[in-house]
Design a protein around this ligand. Structure first.
Ligand code: FES
Ligand SMILES: [Fe+2]
Length: 427
């Protein structure tokens, strides 16, 4: 008998079975119940400025090509030939006139329609090509340059799905008059871990910082998180952590960009960062100008590390493997020298060999092993820290708690449980 979803997460999600991280049947339910029905992050418009530009993406395990069509629209196409299923695009990104499958050279437009079947020149009949284009992702929408796709034709609009997370995301995006840009291709690597632990880690688990990262993160930075840190859940599975700096705090203590990097920055970069912060009261308002971000998560598998400007997607590859993608993100109007420093900072801390990334991924791998051990099924993981201590806030949207409160993870697992339960009795 397959395990029942309501036996995996208890009523308030204070207990979550180890099976959630290791069971192949639950993994299949995740694919259908979550990845078949959510908005999934694909790319950023700064990666596709010209007609014919494309980048690769994934929706769970399904390979996607995101293209800027000659019709001016953004398209998301499943990267699999209608003839025998080969990927028709092998490059991570580029500019294409068409996609040609390597096996028999069927030729597809960048908007996905099938344009030519070379074998037909030797045949009498003509195939109806209109139904043989690359399969399209049925819903594609953008918010603030972030492109998302969904396999669910009936899903709510992206704006509604993101809801109040937009207010928090804009606390960063809204600071820069020309927005942000993604640099180059993402760094991609595979970790022997379940996809949900990187997500949980960045949805709100800043509490491991002083412990797992004790050698790297200075004590005063940790003290700032304990004293001024806030954790917010805008909707189950969406969350943000940040420090709300005191009113009147010196500019350099609040400003994004100085943290840990001040000595690397040339004087003109200091001037740029001060200027961004000085403008923040107007651009994002007095409250959000005091926000010094830590980590964000958007259900199900997108995260954003504000201090190191990393966008990450945790792509499942089975219950025990994750393919992690990480993009370096920079303000579009920043000086070039600063963009290079930011990219180096992203890689040094959160690239595949990044010092914090290595510590995290070792923990995630050990958790995966812990989730597979025998004779421990009666010991679910404890998610009860701070149970019911979170509250609405007069100023901040969502439920708000201290960062030690694990309500971000409980809310994630309640949404996870309901999404899986909705499909568990389907044939
Ligand atoms: S598999 Fe693509 S053309 Fe035959
Ligand atoms: Fe970490």
């Amino acid at each position: 008998m397959p395990i029942r979803v309501h036996d995996v997460v208890n009523h308030d999600a204070s207990l979550v079975s180890r099976k959630a991280w290791s069971d192949p049947h639950l993994y299949e339910l995740e694919k259908r119940g979550i990845f078949g029905h959510a908005w999934l992050f694909l790319a950023h418009t700064s990666q596709l400025p010209n007609l014919g530009d494309f980048v690769q993406a994934y929706m769970c395990e399904t390979p996607i090509i995101v293209t800027h069509g000659n019709d001016g629209n953004i398209h998301a196409l499943i990267n699999s030939c209608s003839h025998r299923g080969l990927p028709v695009c092998r490059a991570d990104r580029g500019n294409a006139k068409s996609f040609v499958c390597p096996y028999h050279n069927w030729n597809y437009s960048v908007e996905g329609s099938l344009q030519a079947i070379p074998q037909e020149q030797h045949l009498e009949g003509r195939t109806d090509r209109s139904l043989l284009g690359l399969k399209r992702v049925p819903r594609v929408e953008q918010w603030n340059g972030m492109i998302f796709g969904s396999f669910d034709e009936e899903i709510e609009p992206l704006d509604d799905y993101l809801g109040d997370m937009r207010w928090y995301l804009d606390a960063f995006f809204g600071r820069f008059p020309k927005g942000i840009e993604f640099i180059g291709s993402p760094q991609r690597w595979v970790i022997d871990a379940n996809w949900k632990l990187p997500v949980e880690n960045q949805l709100g688990d800043v509490n491991h910082g002083p412990f797992l990262h004790a050698a790297v993160i200075p004590p005063e930075a940790n003290a700032e998180v304990f004293e001024l840190g806030r954790s917010v859940v805008t909707a189950p599975g969406h969350g943000a952590t940040f420090r709300l700096m005191p009113e009147g705090a010196p500019l350099e203590q609040v400003a994004w960009g100085f943290e840990g990097m001040a000595s690397l920055l040339a004087p003109e970069v200091h001037d740029y960062l001060r200027e961004v912060q000085a403008r923040a009261i107007e651009s994002v308002g007095p409250l959000r100008s005091r926000m010094k971000g830590l980590t964000y998560g958007v259900f199900p598998n997108l995260s954003f590390l504000w201090s190191n400007t990393a966008f990450k997607v945790s792509h499942p590859r089975g219950p025990g493997k994750v393919e992690y993608w990480s993009w370096s993100v920079v303000p579009a109007d920043a000086p070039d020298a600063f963009k290079r420093i930011l990219r180096g900072n992203h890689t040094a801390f959160f690239g595949p060999g990044g010092i914090l990334e290595q510590e995290d991924s070792e923990a995630w791998t050990q958790q995966r092993i812990g989730s597979e051990i025998d004779f421990a099924d009666d010991r679910p993981y404890y998610y009860g820290l701070g149970l019911n201590e979170e509250k609405p806030d007069p100023e901040l949207p969502g439920l708000v708690g201290v960062t030690a409160n694990e309500f971000y993870a409980r809310n994630f697992f309640l949404r996870w449980r309901d999404a899986l339960a909705a499909v568990e009795d389907e044939a």
